[in-house]
Design a binder for this molecule. Structure first.
Ligand code: AP5
Length: 223
C-alpha cells in the first residue's frame, strides 16, 4: 500500500493500546497514542502536561486545541510520511475535522478507522485488572499477566494501576466516550472509512481480524 494512515477508535479499555503495540511491530509505522503522550507530558511537567493533568485525573477529555497541536506536530514529521497509527485521536468531531484539514494540507487522507466494539461491562472488567509500565506496555492480571508479578516483561520497569482506572473515573471516561467520541462512528461510516472489529474476542483473535481487514484494504487499493 502506498501509505497507511490508520485510526484506532473505541471505548476506554477496548484494546486499542494492546493492538496498537502489535500493529506498530507488524507495520513498522510510527504509533501515536495520545494517552501515552499526555501521561509522559504530565510526568515531565511540560506546559501541555500541566494543562492536561486535571482533565485526565477526572476522566474528562483535554481541550481540543491542546491535543490537536500535539498530533499535528507528529504528522508533520518525516517519520510519518509513509503513514501512522493513531490511538485515542481523534476523539471528538472537531478533532476529526482538524485531522482531515491537516492531512488535506499535506495532500493525504485517512485510510481507515478501525472500531473496537466492546460492551461497557467488559470495559469495566478489563480496566479493573489492567497494569501498565511507564513506557506504556500493557498487561492484565487475569487475561495477560506478566511473567514476574509487578514487573514489565518488556522493559523491566514496575507495573502500576493507572490513576484513571479507579471505578468512578472509568464511569466518567465511558460517559465521555458515549457523548463525544461515539459520534465519530457515523463520521467515518459516512466517509466509507469505518471498519468494525469485535473487540470482545481474545487479543490474538482480534489481531487476526485486523490483519485480514488491512489485507483487504491493500487488495482494494491495488484493484
Ligand atoms: P487513553 O490512554 O487513550 O485512554 P483510553 O482511550 O480510555 O484507552 P485505554 O488506554 O484505557 O484503553 P485501550 O483501548 O488502549 O485498552 P488496552 O489495550 O489498554 O486516554 C487517557 C486520557 O487522556 C483520556 O481520558 C483523556 O483525558 C486524555 N486524552 C487522550 N486522548 C485524548 C484526545 N484525543 N482528546 C482529549 N483527551 C484525550 O486494554 C485494556 C485492558 O484489557 C488491558 O489490561 C489489556 O491487557 C486487556 N485486553 C486488551 N485486549 C483484550 C482482549 N481482546 N481480551 C481480554 N483482555 C484484553
Amino acid at each position: 500500500m502506498s501509505e497507511l494512515n490508520l485510526i484506532l477508535l473505541g471505548p476506554p479499555g477496548s484494546g486499542k493500546g494492546t493492538q496498537g503495540e502489535r500493529l506498530q511491530e507488524d507495520l513498522r509505522l510510527p504509533y501515536y497514542a495520545t494517552g501515552d503522550i499526555l501521561r509522559a507530558a504530565v510526568r515531565e511537567g511540560t506546559e501541555v502536561g500541566t494543562e492536561a493533568k486535571e482533565y485526565m485525573e477526572r476522566g474528562d477529555l483535554v481541550p481540543d486545541d491542546v491535543i490537536v497541536g500535539v498530533i499535528g506536530e507528529r504528522i508533520d514529521k518525516k517519520e510519518a510520511e509513509d503513514g501512522f497509527i493513531l490511538d485515542g485521536f481523534p476523539r471528538t468531531e472537531p478533532q476529526a475535522e482538524a485531522l482531515d484539514a491537516k492531512l488535506g494540507e499535506l495532500r493525504r487522507e485517512v485510510s481507515a478507522a478501525v472500531l473496537f466494539d466492546v460492551s461497557d461491562d467488559e470495559v469495566v472488567r478489563r480496566l479493573g485488572g489492567r497494569r501498565t509500565c511507564p513506557n506504556g506496555h500493557i498487561f492484565h492480571v487475569e487475561s495477560d499477566p506478566p511473567e514476574k508479578e509487578g514487573v514489565c516483561d518488556v522493559c523491566g520497569e514496575p507495573l502500576e494501576t493507572r490513576d484513571d482506572d479507579r471505578p468512578e473515573v472509568i464511569r466518567n471516561r465511558l460517559d465521555q466516550y458515549h457523548a463525544k467520541t461515539e459520534p465519530l462512528i457515523a463520521y467515518y461510516e459516512d466517509r466509507g472509512l469505518l471498519k468494525r472489529v469485535d473487540g470482545s474476542q481474545a487479543a490474538d483473535e482480534v489481531s487476526i481480524r485486523i490483519r485480514a481487514l488491512l489485507a483487504t484494504l491493500k487488495m482494494e487499493e491495488e484493484l
